[in-house]
Design a binder for this molecule. Structure first.
Ligand code: PAN
Ligand code: ZN
Length: 192
C-alpha cells in the first residue's frame, strides 16, 4: 500500500526515492533514430554524448495507481536535428500528460492511422497525449529542457515501431528557428 508523499520536481529528489529507475541515453543508443547518419558517425568518432536522461517511478501495486517520471534532454543537435528522445507508442491503451518545467521543447506526435503533428512545450504548459499517438520530445532551446510525465500503470512502452519506421516529421534548426519538416525516410507501417 502506497502512503501519501510529496516530491520536489527535480531529478535529484527523484533519485533519492528507492523506487526510481534512472535511464541514460547516449548517441550510441540511438544512432539510427537521427536522420543525418554521417553526422552521427562523425560525432561518435570523437565521443559518445549523453542526449537525455529520465527518472521514472512505475506503479506496481494492485490498484489503479499512476506512474510518473521526469526527463531532461540536453541542448544540442545531430546535424540539424535537435537532441530528442527515442520516442514510443503505448502498446496497450493509456493516455499520458506532459508538463514542462524548464527550457523550450517540441512534442512530436504520430497516430497509428497516419496523422502527425507537433506541439510547442513551454514552462508551465501541459500537453495531453491520447492513447494511440506515438510521442517523441526534442529540445529546441539552448538550455536543458525538462518535463514531467504521468501515465497509467501496466502500459507497455513500444519502441519497436518507432525504431523501425521513424516519425513522419523531423524537428530541425533553421535560420528562422526550430521547424518541423517532412521526414523523407519515414516509412508508413504496412507499406514497403
Ligand atoms: C516519458 C518517456 C521519457 C523518455 O516518460 O519515457 O520522456 O523518452 P523515451 O521513453 O521515448 O526514451 C513517457 O512518455 N512515458 O510514457
Ligand atoms: Zn509515453
Amino acid at each position: 500500500m502506497i502512503t501519501p508523499f510529496a516530491l520536489a520536481l527535480d531529478p535529484a529528489a527523484f533519485l533519492e526515492m528507492k523506487a526510481t529507475k534512472e535511464v541514460v541515453r547516449r548517441l550510441s543508443d540511438m544512432r539510427h533514430h537521427f536522420s543525418d547518419k554521417r553526422a552521427v558517425e562523425r560525432i561518435l568518432g570523437q565521443g559518445d554524448p549523453v542526449i537525455y536522461r529520465f527518472w521514472e517511478v512505475e506503479y506496481t501495486g494492485p490498484e489503479r495507481g499512476l506512474s510518473f517520471g521526469i526527463t531532461t534532454i540536453y541542448p544540442g543537435s545531430i546535424g540539424r536535428e535537435y537532441y530528442m528522445t527515442k520516442g514510443h507508442f503505448h502498446a496497450s491503451s493509456g493516455d499520458e500528460i506532459y508538463m514542462t518545467l524548464h527550457g523550450q521543447g517540441c512534442l512530436i506526435l504520430q497516430s497509428r492511422d497516419g496523422q502527425s503533428q507537433t506541439l510547442d512545450m513551454v514552462p508551465g504548459g501541459l500537453c495531453y497525449l491520447p492513447s494511440g499517438w506515438g510521442h517523441r520530445t526534442a529540445n529546441t532551446g539552448k538550455e536543458n529542457f525538462t518535463f514531467v510525465s504521468i501515465w497509467p500503470p501496466n502500459i507497455e512502452h513500444d519502441y519497436q515501431s518507432v525504431s523501425q519506421y521513424g516519425f513522419p516529421q523531423l524537428v530541425v534548426a533553421t535560420d528562422h528557428g526550430p521547424e518541423a519538416v517532412e521526414n523523407p525516410e519515414f516509412i508508413r507501417p504496412g507499406r514497403s
